[in-house]
Ligand binder design. Sequence first.
Ligand SMILES: [Zn+2]
Length: 408
Amino acid sequence: MGLWNRRQWLRNAGAAVMGSQVAAGIHPAAAGPNPVTPPGQSKKPLDLGDFQPRSMLHVTATKVLQAKFPVIDVHTHLSFQVQHQNGVGLGEKMIYPMPPGEALAVMDRKNIRTMIDLTGGHGQGLEEVVEKWQKAYPGRFLVFTEPWWEQSNQPGYPQFQADAIERAHKAGARGLKVVKTLGLYLRENVTTGSLVKLDDPRFDPMWEACGALKMPVAIHTADPDAFFLPIDRFNERFEELNNHPDWSFYGRDFPPKMDLLEARNRVFARHPKTQFIALHVGNRGEDLGYVAQCLDRLPNMHVEMGARLNELGRQPRASRKFFEKYQDRIMLGTDAVPHGKETPQQIFGDELYEIYYRFLETEDEYFDYAPAPIPPQGRWRISGLGLPDQILRKVYNENAARLLNLAM
Ligand SMILES: [Zn+2]
């Protein structure tokens, strides 16, 4: 190789190396003197997980330390069944992630009068939860019971479950909680086989018993729309699903989301004397028009807003109209879970409630819906509704007090 050729070769090789560094994400400047970078070659790849943009917006930030009116939080989890298999809670043994004293301290600071512990289990487990929380602190905690999924494939189940509701009522349970297990996890052999339909008639005596005993049913059906779509670059919850692929219900033998919601609505229609709380804004905060249609069609349906400020707060004008129109049927719920690391939008504590109060009471714009460096349920921020006192009172306590027959 002659001198000229060697220089030419080095220059070409240098350009090739620089090109490959750009492709690998190393900025040319880091590799030495940077000639004028042609347009389009200065892009720096950045992992989405490392992107934490800081808003340059100058907006009002109102700190709402206490709710304007006493709160009944209709959606919390203070106890859990110990045993779970393939998404199905089993057995009567319970665990408590937090002692009552820790909850009461936050409640007193945040003007929370009562918390409803939805996942109170069944049988002896339920009796224990009622003893530890509801009876020990009258008026501060109320406990709901849960179905005996482990019995659901037994021949006498429909009557057994109706009787169990009556026993739970005697033990002190104030309502029934049905988790998304029904529709997405419960199978013909409990944890194996084909999925049990949400409106399967074997549960009819259970829904009826709740109506007869005036125990509202809090039901979680399906999950966010994005969880039923492929985990790809078009999915607005990509980060979350990429970190938790097991949260996805796309493919396999899962039914489409709308089939689940419609089956749920058939249950509501078939049991008009039973009051249902369709959790998480009726599990369709992405489409308030649809939730409004359901509420119009089904007078025994109510909603709460647990873990859905991300949806409500990114459409504040539509949400405000929704709250105005359905002000008698919306309740405050947070889906609070003590120490839940995976879901920052649900970690029980002062910060969680301050966000809910700010959302409901102020007209602040563009703030975080969860205490987390990266918005955990979609990369966006929310704006407040600035609700008037009359609606705030209903949402904070009056609607729940009426449904649960509590004196306020
Ligand atoms: Zn929940």
